[in-house]
Design a protein around this ligand. Structure first.
Ligand code: COA
Length: 383
């Protein structure tokens, strides 16, 4: 029995900062951001959008009434949790109208959590083939004004419906994870922003990919040329490219070119959005599927997931015949094109605002799902 992604979609806030505006304000050569970091635009969320509404706006696009009756597992992967105790999945379960007899949990391990959620959901459906599982990877990636990580911020969510005999992508059972206790990026519970050792986070990412990719191929007796494309966690688009360049150092030029061309297809959306943390690998997957010329079911796609701290995982997948009919390519492009470009002053205002759940307040937001008000430490959502 095949199990995998039957439906997949993303949602990003409808505001962005142009990286040239950031470069000018920070007195930096724009090419550092456009080429050195590889980002053109950075999604910024208003206070009325949090990880719940981003996740709900992503998931609502792909769920039918029948799906909502069949889903019995909702897992949210996030590192921007709004509560130390209550899982965001419980609120999403209600907002999305999923039948009551379901498990709803939130999982954490930096940007890897989306993959932890996906693998748990896939295993759940393998064991219970009549079930469907909803996976939501949702985050707000903020490092703060004038911080080292400022050009690598972003926000958004990816939602995936996991079923047997999926219509888009089969996730194979072959997988390998790698865990190492490293302080490259972490956010103690009293910190508004993460603490980051940028160079260490880059080198840990590259070493983790190199290690787990080699070990995976040894374990399953595969090699580079068995893959059609390699997709990466994309904190900023240059990061995956660095890991790929490292792998391709001594590889035949024509073979290397094909991997690089495919990587370029996978970063088109991320260049316009920035970091989604847990959703980044899956935004890359959507971008790749939306832009690549037809894939065949026998084409193997390798996926590298990475979460600082750190856990990495490499696994593989292949498309299902007719998968293109189930993508939302035009809608995805429209979501990006209709966004509002912030002035630098508006961006600074947004970054200085922090939703304080201890202060009662009311919001106005036309988006399908948004925060309506905060009262007595509870966020009330508009449906
Ligand atoms: N034109 C073209 N490229 C330029 C440039 C210019 N004018 N100026 C600088 N660059 C290049 C640098 O050579 C460098 O390229 P390289 O990485 O290939 O060597 C790149 O731009 C970044 O420059 P650097 O000086 O390293 O940037 P930085 O000190 O501002 O740090 C990050 C960049 C990503 C480490 C930082 O933004 C960060 O900490 N981000 C958060 C953590 C993160 O995302 N980690 C990723 C792993 S999860």
């Amino acid at each position: 029995m095949n199990v995998g992604i039957d439906q997949i979609s993303f949602y990003v806030p409808q505001m962005y900062l142009d990286m040239i505006d950031l470069a000018q304000a920070r007195n930096v050569d724009p090419n550092k951001y456009l080429i050195g970091i590889g980002q053109e635009k950075m999604a910024i969320n208003p206070q009325s959008q949090d990880i719940i509404t981003l996740g709900a706006n992503a998931a609502e696009k792909i769920l039918t009434a029948q799906d909502k009756e069949q889903i019995d597992l909702v897992i949210v992967g996030t590192e921007s949790s709004i509560d130390e105790s209550k899982a965001s999945a419980v609120i999403l379960h209600r907002l999305l109208g999923i039948q009551p007899y379901a498990r709803a949990i939130e999982v954490k391990e930096a940007c890897y959590a989306g993959t932890a959620a996906l693998q748990m959901a896939v295993n759940h459906v393998r064991l219970h083939p009549e079930s469907k599982a909803l996976v939501i990877a949702t985050d707000i990636a903020r490092y703060g004004l004038n911080s080292g990580g400022e050009p690598t911020q972003g926000a958004g969510a990816v939602a995936m419906l996991i079923t047997k005999e999926p219509r888009i992508l089969v996730i194979e059972e072959k997988t390998l994870a790698l865990t190492k206790d490293v302080y490259d990026f972490w956010r103690p519970t009293n910190q508004k922003y993460p603490l980051v050792d940028g160079p260490l986070s880059n080198s840990t990412y590259i070493n983790a990919f190199s290690d787990v990719f080699t070990a995976y191929n040894q374990k399953y007796q595969q090699s580079l040329t068995d893959y059609k494309a390699l997709l990466f966690h994309i904190p900023y688009t240059k990061m995956g490219r660095k890991a790929l360049n490292h792998l391709l150092e001594n590889v035949d030029e024509a073979i290397a070119k094909e991997f690089i061309d495919n990587y370029e297809l996978s970063i088109r959306y991320s260049r316009q959005i920035g970091n989604l943390y847990t959703g980044s690998l899956y935004l890359g997957l959507i971008s790749y599927l939306d832009h690549v010329a037809t894939l065949k079911p026998e084409d193997t796609i390798g996926l590298f997931s990475y979460g600082s701290g750190m856990v990495g995982e490499f696994f593989q997948a292949h498309v299902v015949e007719g998968y293109q009919k189930h993508l939302h390519t035009t809608q995805n492009q429209e979501t990006l094109n209709k966004r509002h470009r912030l002035t630098f002053a508006e961006y600074e205002t947004c970054l200085n605002e922090h939703l304080d759940p201890s202060i009662d307040q009311v919001f106005t937001d036309e988006t399908r799902f948004s925060i309506e008000k905060v009262e007595n430490h509870i966020r009330y959502y508009k449906k």
